[in-house]
Design a protein around this ligand. Structure first.
Ligand SMILES: [Zn+2]
Length: 395
């Protein structure tokens, strides 16, 4: 490394006498392959290839900032690595994911340059993962985040660029270059081993945000269950709905006639375990997830409450519906499945909300449709009964 100022910032991070957490992040940065590149389009940025995390720094832009801000920018990069934001991007909309990831990590970093994005900027609460902010960013906020870049960075471009460019403290453009299925697994492993080394070097001190990141890394699946659901939904039945946004194919000049919009609607049946071992809080956690599905499908679903027998059946889109718990007995989920079979309730996907304290031995007829088990007890793991079943721990 040739640039003295950048070197100083990294060393200062590693041996920060005032903040042990900084030491940890410094050791993450030190394990990257560092490229000082004055043609790099951004202050800094990380990527993953050649089995290594790559850190790019544009010296001309980086050295404009004070030492405190430089350290904050480096921590920002370290956190993108630790939280595995590169591979978690997968098929998300980049612009939205860029803003969401920045909001997710900036809340833990002091001394960031002015104009950085925080959960407050998005009108959202703190302490959530990037996926959460991603789901809830609305278009106006995206526009605002992008515009703030334009007004502060006009000096670089000379004129206004189009609205869809977001680059705040750093550039996330290297993420696209990094991401592919093969890399994703390796980057996860590389990230884990980097964290292990940094823990060792900073004598066991693990900053709180890193503890969260570790939890995420160690989760059974990095794939959010909504993604699986979306994939299954793609294969479900299709029907057409009139839409004025689409041109009418038979009469393309008649703007007064609606066109057709294809919609995929799977029939979703949600089975809620209301046995005594499920606390109301656990049930609520699951219901919040189900509300998200309704938002996703914009369609009603069937909710069945079950303990040792079916306690309640409701068809709802949760818009004007409050969930009321019925039942508090032993844990059995099969009565709900049995009920669906006997009453021939249409179903393409079964979603179970349960603490996982049940067995499949009583399941006489195994459903053939995909089953998603959303587990509320993080210490519980179930033995999945079919190839088309999945389990996810609700955080
Ligand atoms: Zn960033």
């Amino acid at each position: 490394m040739k640039n003295k100022q950048i070197e100083k910032a990294i060393l200062n991070l590693i041996s920060d006498p005032y903040d042990k957490d900084n030491c940890f992040y410094g050791h993450i940065i030190a394990q990257c392959e560092i490229h000082i590149d004055d043609t790099f389009d951004g202050i800094a940025g990380v990527g993953y290839w050649n089995d290594m995390f790559q850190l790019y720094i544009n010296p001309d832009l980086f050295t404009i900032f004070t030492l405190k801000e430089q350290k904050a920018i480096l921590i920002h990069e370290a956190m993108h690595i630790i939280f595995n934001h590169i591979s978690r991007q997968s098929d998300k909309v980049h612009l939205q994911w860029n803003i969401a990831t920045d909001a997710a990590i900036n809340q833990f970093i002091d001394n960031l340059p002015e104009g950085s994005i925080y959960p407050e900027t998005l009108g959202k609460e703190k302490d959530k993962y990037a996926e959460y902010y991603y789901e809830y960013i609305d278009i106006n906020i995206i526009k605002r985040c992008c515009k703030s870049k334009i007004s502060t960075n006009t000096c670089c471009s000379g004129k206004l660029q189009d609205d869809e460019i977001y680059s705040n403290i750093d550039s996330h453009t290297l993420w696209d270059k990094s991401s592919n299925d093969k890399n994703d697994n390796f980057s996860k492993q590389a990230c884990q081993s980097m964290i292990d080394k940094a823990i060792e070097k900073s004598i066991g001190n693990i900053p709180t945000p890193v503890q969260k990141a570790l939890k995420l890394l160690n989760k059974d699946s990095q794939v959010p269950w909504q993604k699986i659901l979306k994939r299954i939904m793609g294969n479900s039945k299709k029907y057409f709905e009139p839409s004025y946004k689409k041109v009418n194919r038979r009469f393309p000049n008649r703007i007064d006639l609606p066109g057709k919009k294809a919609i995929f609607i799977p029939t979703l049946v949600c089975i809620v375990d209301v046995s005594g071992s499920m606390s109301n809080k656990e049930i609520l956690k699951g219901i919040i997830e189900i509300q998200q599905i309704c938002k996703l499908t914009n369609h009603k679903l069937v909710v069945i409450q079950v303990d040792t027998e079916v306690q309640d059946i409701t068809t709802t889109d949760f818009k004007n519906h409050k969930f009321t718990r019925n039942g508090c007995g032993g844990t059995e989920l099969y009565p709900a499945v049995d009920y669906i079979n006997k009453n021939k309730i249409d179903n393409d996907i079964l979603v179970f909300i349960t603490d996982g304290h049940f067995g499949f031995y009583s399941w006489l007829k195994m459903p053939k449709v995909p089953m998603l088990f959303l587990i509320t007890d993080k210490n519980c793991k179930i033995n999945l009964p079919t190839k088309r079943s999945y389990q996810f721990v609700l955080e």
